[in-house]
Design a protein around this ligand. Structure first.
Ligand code: NI
Length: 267
């Protein structure tokens, strides 16, 4: 595991931009001329609730760096459970980790995913690079399509493996923008497609968090039987509002996160 939180996020970022080329354009678009005001509110990671790779196994990489467990979230329809983690140094990004509850999925999906995860070497999960190690298995296009028909989430992890699903621009930190609406308008004028599920902006000042996101980039994946272009990762934008104590709300809103998940939907 990493012993340097900045090194972990630098590696996650390098891996993320390699499959999300639009992320660099977003930086150029939103950053001030110095480009030092694009800061990362949080990243999100996806996994399955299998013992070998469950949420706790991913979280261990962050707990080792001083992160602490905070809120938990349930997504009944998508069969997901999630938690978020925060670092005592509030300048460090928050971490949102979800896991697909395989016991609530079909036998086909459960057996398929179990067979993929069985191919991961046990020591790979605690290796420093696990959180940006991608896939550890071969996957056919037909299997991807089968998984996709039941769970977009399962298909995404099967195709992309272990890596940041998204990074998130902190709108509060941007010098050139004062609202999420302004950010969205600028993105759309530049040709970016936004996730409109649940509206372009999910959440309100009343729940202390507004979020929007791009639709995931479309990128080629090497399947066992050929290359296909599918949704990879996306960029999120978050504006947080102060609580009565003056501190910015640092949690997540399940109803909004539920719609953010759909940023990787096939289109
Ligand atoms: Ni997010």
């Amino acid at each position: 595991m990493h012993t340097d939180v900045n090194a972990l996020f630098a590696n996650l970022w390098q891996d993320y931009v390699a499959v999300t080329p639009s992320a660099k354009k977003v930086h150029q678009l939103l950053g001030s001329s110095q480009q030092d005001d694009v800061s990362n509110d949080h990243i999100a990671l996806r996994t399955f609730n299998l013992e070998k790779v469950n949420l706790d196994k991913l979280a261990a990489h962050f707990l080792a760096l001083g992160y602490e467990q905070c809120g938990e979230y349930h997504f009944e329809a998508k069969k997901l459970y999630a938690r978020h983690y925060e670092h005592p140094d509030r300048n460090q990004p928050k971490v949102f980790i979800s896991e697909l509850l395989l016991d609530k999925c079909s036998a086909y999906l459960r057996d398929t995913i179990t067979a993929l995860v069985a191919q991961i070497p046990a020591d790979a999960v605690i290796a420093a690079n696990f959180l940006y190690s991608g896939v550890h298995w071969q996957l056919s296009q037909a299997t991807y399509e089968h998984l996709l028909a039941e769970s977009e989430y399962a298909a995404w992890v099967a195709a992309w493996g272990y890596r940041a699903n998204h990074f998130t621009v902190s709108v509060n930190e941007l010098h050139s923008f004062s609202s999420l609406e302004q950010v969205n308008t600028t993105l759309k004028q530049a040709g970016f497609l936004l996730n409109t599920s649940g509206g372009e902006i999910k959440g309100t000042p009343e729940v202390y968090l507004e979020q929007s996101s791009t639709l995931a980039d479309l990128q080629p994946v090497q399947f066992s039987d050929g290359i296909a272009t599918i949704p990879s990762c996306f960029y999120e934008f978050a504006r947080r509002y102060p609580l009565a104590n003056g501190m910015l709300y640092s949690g997540f809103v399940a109803a909004s996160a539920d719609k953010i998940f759909e940023s990787t939907n096939a289109r």
